[in-house]
Design a protein around this ligand. Structure first.
Ligand code: G3H
Ligand code: 13P
Ligand code: ZN
Length: 332
């Protein structure tokens, strides 16, 4: 049993409280390898941002949970080495699907876990979430629950349509489970194809404009649970310059559409205090790697393509922290 505090990690409690009061959001970036961790820490240190390092089930399978935990432990030391005296880094389990998985992460040093019971019937979601909360809180680990289902793929679960979060359920859910934050469904979804062209309109230049998020539902939720930390998953913006670069160098991304940055800025100024971003990082890395391979086909040193991928990732993250989520300069 390792407690996250001994690793220099923090839970989400204090940073969420400050984010809601200060009308900004904390970024939760997924990571699976060394370069992603380095880019996240460099961006967080250079912008003086608190940050959440997020590990999915897929990441655990790919990289090994123990290694990822050591990388996160290393991230704290690395941030200090880069000049940050008191880094605020959370190690969070993304989309935990069972009590056993959450327990295993808590026992090995994660400071925050998500138990995603959103695909279960309501009472089952409550029972599972409550069980995780009861275990996690013994160790001061914070817990994110979810109500409502995002369209698209969530790990192995595919949902064709959104089931928006019902504001009438949130008080009951957060009171009975004791969760520290709540992920909601208001129109975001995972991946780089969040909307079909048929769901979008076009501007005068023919650029696809996606339908707005359901801010009306968010407002109703905020009225029900004022000041309670809200989480948005599926919040990549799918930058079109990255999509174009990928396609220019041999990729084949079709109809890739994300959540416009102004909508995320608006969400960040509400009780939304955690915004999950994974796909944009994948696009940044892929675009950089493809460019190196196309321009230098004789290159075979992984550092020569993973290095530019890491730089591009860091630049993307810095932009998010400074211009979209507003967490730059918000270390305690
Ligand atoms: O929620 C989805 C995240 O983007 C993680 O994706 O399960 O492929 O690692 P993954
Ligand atoms: P994106 O696919 O929009 O980056 O969402 C990531 C996410 O929600 C991870 O939990
Ligand atoms: Zn998610």
């Amino acid at each position: 049993m390792v407690n996250y505090k001994d690793l220099g990690l923090v839970n989400t409690k204090d940073m969420f409280k400050r984010a809601i009061a200060g009308k900004y959001a904390i970024a939760a970036f997924n990571f699976n390898n060394l370069e992603q961790m380095q880019a996240i820490v460099q961006a967080a240190v250079e912008t003086k941002s608190p940050v959440i390092l997020q590990v999915s089930s897929g990441a655990r399978k790919y990289a090994n949970q123990t290694l990822l935990r050591y990388l996160a432990q290393g991230a704290v030391e690395y941030a200090k080495e880069l000049g940050c005296e008191k880094p605020e880094i959370v190690l969070h389990l993304d989309h935990g699907d069972s009590f056993e998985l959450c327990k295993s992460c808590i026992d090995m040093g994660f400071s925050s876990v998500m138990i995603d019971g959103s695909h279960f019937p309501y009472e089952e979601n409550i029972a599972l979430t409550k069980k995780v909360v009861e275990y996690a809180h013994q160790f001061d680990v914070t817990v994110e629950g979810e109500l409502g289902v995002l369209a698209g793929v969530e790990d192995d679960v595919v949902a064709e349509h959104h089931t928006y979060t019902q504001p009438s359920e949130v008080v009951d859910f957060v009171t009975r489970t004791g969760v520290d934050s709540l992920a909601i469904s208001i129109g975001t979804s995972h991946g780089a194809n969040k909307f079909t062209p048929a769901q979008c309109t076009r501007d005068e230049n023919g650029i696809l404009i996606p339908p707005p998020l359901r801010f009306d539902i968010l407002e109703e939720i905020e009225k029900e649970i004022p000041g309670f930390p809200i989480v948005l998953h599926g919040s990549s913006s799918v930058p079109q310059d990255l999509v174009a670069q990928i396609n220019q160098y041999g990729g084949k991304l079709v109809d890739s559409i994300g959540i416009p940055e102004e909508q995320l800025r608006k969400a960040a100024s509400s009780a939304v205090c955690k915004i999950n971003i994974d796909s944009d990082g994948r696009l940044a890395m892929t675009a950089a790697v493809r460019k190196v391979f196309a321009e230098s086909p004789a290159e075979f040193d992984p550092r020569k393509y993973l290095g530019p991928a890491r730089d591009s990732l860091k630049a993307l993250y810095k932009k998010k922290l400074e211009n979209v989520l507003g967490s730059a300069g918000k270390l305690a």
